[in-house]
Design a protein around this ligand. Structure first.
Ligand code: S3P
Length: 176
């Protein structure tokens, strides 16, 4: 049994770029830790009854970012420690970064190169930002967000050449 002292009583929040595997790893990690998985995109869709794409297309990105903040704060406010798979853009707003650096959560940045991310972002249904030229968009977002992920991260785990289960193992070691 891996020791997970660092996360006792704290949420584990997975952050990182689109396509890095936050939802898949989050699901496996939640099972492993016997915790609830909170997926911020899914929470937004449940709360609004609309898809991420519909919100982007009808109300615009700023409106989506406000909903994203509400979902993140609602997840972090849960009393039972959970695993939170936070959507890629969650680090963009300063308010979210402040909430993430609180002691109540342990933030793990799942990282990968833009080459790897480009190969992985096959399902674009909830990713309107990648509609036109996924590689160019990922390059642009990666440059802006890397320092922000670093700012909030308590630990960094590379997903390159690792299966989702291997990533879970690495996250567990990172939380020890
Ligand atoms: C976004 C990431 C997406 C989704 C939306 C915007 C981003 O979630 O919230 O398309 O700005 O990085 P995933 O990171 O789960 O793909």
């Amino acid at each position: 049994m891996t020791d997970t002292t660092c996360i006792d009583g704290r949420h584990v929040v997975l952050v990182g770029m689109m396509g890095v595997g936050k939802s898949t790893v989050g699901r496996l990690l939640a099972k492993r830790l016997d915790r609830e998985l909170i997926d911020s995109d899914r929470m937004i869709e449940e709360r609004t009854g609309r898809t991420v794409r519909e919100i982007f297309e009808t109300d615009g990105e700023d409106a989506f970012r406000r909903l994203e903040t509400e979902a993140l704060l609602a997840g972090l406010a849960r009393s039972a420690p959970a695993v939170i798979a936070a959507a890629g853009g969650v680090v963009v707003r300063a308010e979210n970064r402040t909430a993430l650096t609180d002691d109540a959560s342990y933030v793990v940045w799942l990282s990968a190169s833009v080459d790897v991310l480009t190969q992985r972002v096959v399902n674009g249904a909830h990713r309107p930002l990648l509609d036109d030229d996924p590689r160019a968009a990922l390059e642009r977002l990666d440059a802006v967000r890397n320092p922000l992920y670093r700012e909030v991260a308590d630990g960094i785990v590379s997903v390159v050449s690792r299966s989702p289960n291997d990533v879970v193992q690495a996250v567990m070691r990172c939380c020890a």
